[in-house]
Design a protein around this ligand. Sequence first.
Ligand SMILES: [Cu+2]
Length: 144
Amino acid sequence: MTLTLAACVPLRAPSPTIVPPATAIAAPSPVASTAPSAVPVAQPSVSPAAAGARPEVKIVEPPFRQPQEWNYAPAELSVKVGITVVWNNTGAVAHTVTADDGQAFDSGTIDPKATFTFTPKAAGTFAYHCTFHPWMKATLVVTS
Ligand SMILES: [Cu+2]
């Protein structure tokens, strides 16, 4: 049998220069947190086990609500031992992430827009709270 290769692919006209529009005005963004939008770039120093995004708990102050509604979201997070958890203070005032047992972890003051990370080394269920606002409560469940 005979294979006939159609080797005459029409050449596309190369577009050598892409001129950006002159109206590209950069809006003054208030230094948004470096949100790595889904870019599948393999970074060289990623630990093999934790290639995914770190589990994150947001410290939330719902706008126009009372401080009593400030909270951690999600209120309960489950991770495996050795997985680093990030608490992200999205609010306008400082908070803490303090284990109720007073031992497992204590962030100290987390300023607005700051984060706290904790890598559990033992399994267990750790209730925690904010020392500044004791009604803020959540739970970290660590499984082996
Ligand atoms: Cu707080």
